[in-house]
Design a protein. Structure first.
Length: 465
């Protein structure tokens, strides 16, 4: 099995990027230095050529109607500054007649048109590339009139050496600076990654069940953003783990009593020889079984709500639709046959941002508790009250005592004074749903009876999550 290649480390990526920048920058700077060095070498040695040609031109004089040249030593001293180069000079009269110079058989002619001032040009000197200057000098004397042409040239070895020297003088410090920058980049990268390594070591040493936030004091701003996101994730995970632990504990606590009662009543029915007593025991057994079924439904409902609170997306939900759906499911007809439930909603939508399933489960539990423990008539509705979206259930009874209502929704509060039914578990679902969507549970006694309401921040259609 071929293993996929390991991803490059951040240090390698940063150093590769720095190296690429240095190489590209070095190439661009090298080309610029080469072009500027070549231009500087050309200008410097062109001045030497022109100086030598000017010295030779100044040494030309007319004697007996003929140009005579007394070659100056200074001209050769100028050309001698490029000792490895081959040189050429020639002085010719108006008719191209050779007066003096090197290699009279070698004719270096400047390209046309020929100007009346110094003219530089390139040509081969015995098979080698060379640079030449042509300098004309006009004479208008009684016995001689015309132009004397001086051509001086040399090969390009010194120019190339000067260009290479200038490039080396510039590139060597730049290469040293690049190497230093690469070393500094390595140290800076390692220093920047050290907090990340420390954080990784801290996470590795942690207990698997330790989901407390990671400290971000002293960390760079970029890492603090990542730590904040990770802490939010760990917070959600901690809430999920805590909820699952509570669910398991609640399930064990809630099921222990009814399962034990069912076992006892089954044993009584089996052992009692009296038929009427056995019949009563079976009736109690049936009631306990039904109560246990209701309890299991609520436990499963709570588990689903706990899962969806952190995982389901927050969407716009109309609380009128939630109340209407809770009424149309007709669960209340099973809980309290023959009891009529009134729906009271307006024409305007009552928007909240939440999960429709969780809100529906909370509403069904509110309605079920009102039917089990309240007095008819019972009503359910949704409305906007003071800028808050309210979903409420009201019955005509006085409601539970103050000490009991203060404990409604607490864990392990199975009956809250009801005897057999687990209203405390149902209201625990209601309380969890309200807190998940930034809402509250309010219980109020009015002239019409007792009202339990879910209050949420109102949302408007089209707002973002």
């Amino acid at each position: 099995m071929v293993r996929p290649p390991l991803p490059h480390s951040l240090t390698a990526r940063v150093l590769s990027a720095v190296m690429l920048i240095l190489v590209l920058g070095g190439v661009l700077v090298g080309l610029s230095i080469w072009a500027n060095g070549r231009l500087a070498a050309r200008q410097a040695y062109d001045r030497l050529l022109l100086g030598a040609a000017s010295d030779i031109a100044e040494s030309v004089r007319i004697q007996d109607g003929q140009p005579i040249v007394d070659l100056p030593v200074s001209a050769f001293e100028l050309l001698a500054q490029a000792p490895d180069d081959r040189i050429y000079y020639a002085v010719r009269g108006p008719d191209g007649r050779f007066i003096t110079g090197l290699d009279p058989d070698t004719v270096i002619a400047p390209p046309q048109p020929v100007s009346q001032s110094a003219q530089y040009f390139a040509a081969d000197l015995n098979g080698e590339p060379a640079r030449f200057v042509r300098l004309p000098r006009l004479f208008a004397e009684r016995d001689f009139s015309g132009e004397v042409e001086i051509v001086v040239g040399q090969t390009l070895l010194a120019r190339r050496a000067m260009t290479a020297g200038l490039m080396l003088d510039a590139l060597l410090p730049m290469a040293a600076a690049g190497a230093l920058l690469l070393i500094m980049s390595w140290f800076v990268t390692r220093s920047a990654l050290r907090p990340l390594e420390a954080m990784s070591d801290d996470l590795i040493r942690r207990d698997p069940y330790d989901l407390t936030p990671v400290a971000s004091d002293g960390l760079p701003r970029e890492l603090q953003v990542m730590i904040a996101a990770m802490n939010r994730f760990m917070g959600r995970l901690d809430r999920q783990v805590l909820s699952m632990r509570n669910l398991i504990a609640d399930t064990a606590h809630q099921l222990r009593t009814p399962v034990a009662a069912i076992r006892v009543q089954a044993e009584i029915a089996q052992a009692d020889p009296d038929a009427p007593a056995r019949h009563r025991a079976l009736d109690r057994l049936l009631n306990r079984t039904r109560s246990l079924g209701t309890l299991l439904d609520q436990l499963l409902s709570r588990a689903m709500v706990i899962h969806r609170i952190d995982s389901a997306p927050r969407l716009l939900v109309d609380l009128r639709e939630v109340a209407l759906e809770a009424l149309e499911q007709s669960d209340h007809e099973v809980i309290a046959p023959g009891v009529e439930v009134h729906l009271k909603i307006g024409e305007n939508p009552v928007w909240v941002r939440g999960d429709a399933f969780s809100l529906g489960e909370a509403t069904k539990n509110l309605l079920g508790n009102a039917l089990r423990h309240g007095k008819t008539p019972v009503s359910i509705g949704a409305s906007l009250e003071g800028g808050r979206a309210v979903l409420w259930v009201r019955d005509s009874g006085p409601g539970p005592e103050t000490s009991v209502s203060a404990r409604l929704g607490d864990r392990f509060n199975r009956n809250a004074g009801s005897g057999e039914d687990s209203s405390g578990l149902g209201l625990s679902i209601v309380k969890s749903t309200a807190e998940a969507f930034d809402g509250t549970v309010e219980m109020t006694r009015t002239d019409d009876g007792f009202r339990v309401s879910l209050n949420f921040p109102a949302a408007t259609e089209g707002t973002g999550a």
